[in-house]
Design a protein around this ligand. Structure first.
Ligand code: PDD
Length: 285
């Protein structure tokens, strides 16, 4: 039906407006769940294998058994996107530990809740302005869990300062954004981004950009950098499924470089656009 947003809850497709889960879902009461956000591009969900691999990693990390096989979830996502009839957008997928009378202890036999739906891509400005904030998250930022309160509060603090994104640092070492990975380009043209590990989410877009940079001869090092390097950088950009590769023009009120997207960022933005086009055409076969 025109205008209907398709959703999938446990084992059936239905309009999002009719999708329901219990108030005793552990995702609601404890944030006891994991999620993925996939890009729909050219009518297809892209980087599906990478997202499924990360979902499985997050599931293992919180000792959650996924209610469907990787292939089954992939098939459901493809079917959901086909039913949604969208050229672009996102798929939001969430798996929680399920519904039970509230108790921190997980009741035996609790069946995970699996929810997915499609939405439009969020609107973005062409450049982002950021604020830096202490990273007060837990020690498993590599797991894509629904416990996003620190990220939510950081985004709110950024918005109150008139900025779009918060860049976290741990004792001065830049980790990532509230919903993005962060890259800098130093004045020698070297690209830096925080290495994967417990302090950051291993972004799928980050992974693709690292691969593009390596394949196309950019100098890139996955080593930590600090706030001084961030403020001295000639270019700064963010990556995520929804933001793609996005230049940062202002940090804590100060201009980054000239305040315009730099040459390295622009080349990576173009290269990323090419990669997602070709990924969508592979998915269409
Ligand atoms: N956020 N770091 C954090 C903390 C994130 O939440 C995200 C993604 C990323 C980038 O990951 P990817 O390239 O796989 O999207 C990095 C999603 C988009 C969100 O929560 O909406």
């Amino acid at each position: 039906m025109a205008g209907t947003i398709e959703a999938y809850v446990n084992d059936r497709f239905l309009p999002l407006s009719e999708a329901r889960i219990s108030v005793e879902d552990r995702g609601m009461q404890f944030g006891d769940g994991i999620y993925e956000v996939l890009l729909i591009h050219g009518g297809y969900p892209i980087f599906l294998a990478e997202h499924m691999e990360r979902l499985e990693r997050s599931a293992r990390g919180i000792r959650l058994s996924l209610p469907m096989s990787r292939a089954g979830i992939g098939e459901m996502i493809r079917a959901l996107v086909a039913r949604s009839n969208r050229a672009t957008g996102i798929v939001y997928l969430q798996v929680t530990r399920g519904v039970q009378p509230r108790s921190h202890r997980v009741a035996e036999g609790t069946v995970p809740t699996l929810v997915a739906y499609t939405r439009d891509l969020p609107a973005h400005l062409p450049v982002e302005s950021c604020v830096t904030l202490p990273d007060d998250r837990w020690l498993h930022c590599d797991l894509k869990t629904t416990c996003l309160l620190p990220n939510v509060l950081a985004k709110e603090a950024a918005a109150q300062a008139g900025a779009d994104e918060a860049i976290f640092h741990r004792d001065g070492v830049v980790t990532e954004g509230a919903s993005t990975n962060v890259f800098i380009v130093d004045d020698h043209g070297q690209i830096h981004t925080h290495p994967t590990g417990p302090w950051i989410l291993a972004g799928i877009t980050r992974q693709v950009v690292v691969r593009i940079a390596q394949e196309r001869g950019f100098a890139l090092s996955e080593t930590p950098f600090d706030l001084d390097q961030l403020s001295a950088a000639s270019e700064v950009f963010l990556t995520s499924t929804t933001a793609h590769v996005r230049p940062v023009n202002r940090i804590d009120g100060r201009l980054v470089g000239s305040g315009r997207p730099g040459p390295v960022t622009q080349r990576l933005m173009e290269a990323y656009a090419e990669v997602i086009d070709s990924e969508a055409s592979v998915m269409s076969r």
